[in-house]
Design a protein around this ligand. Structure first.
Ligand code: EPS
Length: 409
């Protein structure tokens, strides 16, 4: 499953084309729209999110609610386009009164991007370097999630830190083993701890008042995974590198760690590696007849050999080990500041204030939802590597045979 996105932040629409999609995945625009809405939420967003109500128009690849195995084209209209028809016109000459963006923002793609493509108007770069593009990724990720749902895999996320406000260790420990939480979806900042959520929102208010922006940390999880997805034999198969690269492709993400991550370099091996224990569920893993939507239902997903702890974050040797995937990432503060940093004007080289675009103060909760999409896309491809790429009926049979062999260990 591969996707390509097109669309400028203030252009007419975002478009995603997803290819290599198996036939028979149950998919509706409601699946996609709910993730688009989750990405739009989050305390700290700017005025733009009041303009947009992102919805995916499925243009191809789906018939009677199921994928056809043909490319899926999705379109998300930019409602803000009507305010930008002159500045972002597709045809004609630039208007005489066009304001060119010539005061590049430190930390943004503005300056280097302008050099790269030989432009003296940073808008040529910032329109596509904008995080608006991530809406199109979330739409693609929703297709990957719909595929993974057929195997009982679900992907989620939560925010653990914004600026200097961090979830207390006790609250973080409380999240061990919790992967779906109503508190996260109800929190204005996707943080499961109510008090920390309030403190994060207060920190965002204070950053806004001071013309500042804030970054933070978030965690992406995937549950229901079976052991042996990914690979150890080739660098390109390793899920650690595939997931790492996918999350680092999101604008403003500066680091990714799995499970204990950086802390694992500070502890002796005996405190890092997860003891191997027998299956935790007694009895047979029974696969029920699949229902008409091909959703696999089996009574004992955890019927395989387990780990006593999950410091590895669900990956060993570049493969899933059957424990939940736990990936942490850090996002830097957004480079657009209402109290701007110093820069130079590209035409005069005079020192000036950096461009002030209307901007978000903090987009960490949104980035967490985007990272879910990236992780889902990688996992979907790794499942397809193992169980086939053509159609869900044969994939489900391949999965069932494989899982029976794994649980026989
Ligand atoms: C963004 C700036 C803001 C954000 C935008 C990303 O947009 P605008 O310049 O139109 O106010 O709201 O994010 C989105 C539009 C979105 O959908 O996430 C930027 O410069 O990256």
């Amino acid at each position: 499953m591969k996707y390509v996105t097109a669309g400028e932040s203030h252009g007419q629409a975002l478009v995603t084309i997803i290819t290599d999609v198996p036939a028979g995945i149950r998919l509706s625009s409601a699946n996609i729209d709910s993730d688009l809405a989750r990405r739009q939420r989050g305390y700290g967003r700017g005025g733009r999110m009041k303009i947009e109500t992102d919805k995916a128009n499925i243009l191809s690849g789906v018939r009677f609610g199921k994928t056809l195995g043909t490319p899926i084209a999705l379109q998300i209209i930019n409602r803000d386009w009507e305010n930008w028809t002159k500045v972002m016109a597709v045809e004609g000459e630039p208007p005489e009164d066009l304001i060119r963006e010539q005061n590049p923002r430190p930390g943004h793609a503005d300056l280097v991007g302008a050099m790269k493509i030989g432009s003296r108007d940073c808008r040529d770069i910032l329109e596509r370097a904008s995080a608006r593009e991530t809406a199109a990724r979330v739409a693609a990720g929703a297709v990957a999630k719909a595929y993974l749902a057929a195997y009982g895999v679900s992907v989620g996320s939560y925010v653990t830190r914004i600026g200097d406000v961090k979830m207390p260790d006790a609250a973080l420990e409380g999240m061990a083993g919790v992967f779906e939480s109503k508190d996260v979806e109800e929190s204005p900042v996707r943080c499961p701890d109510v008090t920390t959520s309030e403190n994060m929102a207060a920190a965002i208010d204070s950053a806004r008042e001071n013309g500042e922006s804030l970054g933070g940390w978030f965690t992406v999880t995937a549950t229901g995974l079976v052991p042996g997805i990914g690979g150890y034999a080739e660098a390109s198969e390793r899920l650690t590198s595939r997931i790492g690269a996918a999350i680092l492709s999101i604008p403003a993400i500066k680091g990714v760690e799995f499970g204990l991550g950086f802390t694992s370099g500070t502890l002796p091996g005996s405190q890092v590696h997860d003891a191997i224990i027998p299956p935790q569920i007694d009895g047979e893993s029974r696969f029920e007849e699949f229902d008409k939507s091909n959703v696999i239902r089996y009574s004992a997903i955890n019927a395989h050999i387990r780990r006593a702890t999950n410091n590895a974050g669900g990956l060993e040797g570049g493969m899933t080990n059957g424990e939940p995937l736990i990936v942490n990432a850090v996002m830097k503060p957004i480079p657009t500041l209402t109290k701007p940093l110093k820069t130079i004007n590209l035409r005069t080289h005079e020192p000036v204030d950096a461009s002030k675009e209307r901007s978000d103060v903090c987009a960490v909760p949104a980035a967490a939802v985007v990272a879910e999409a990236e992780v889902a896309m990688v996992l979907a491809n790794a499942y397809m590597d193992k169980f086939g790429r053509d159609d869900m009926t044969s994939a489900v049979w391949a999965f069932r045979t494989y899982y029976e062999s794994v649980r026989a260990y």
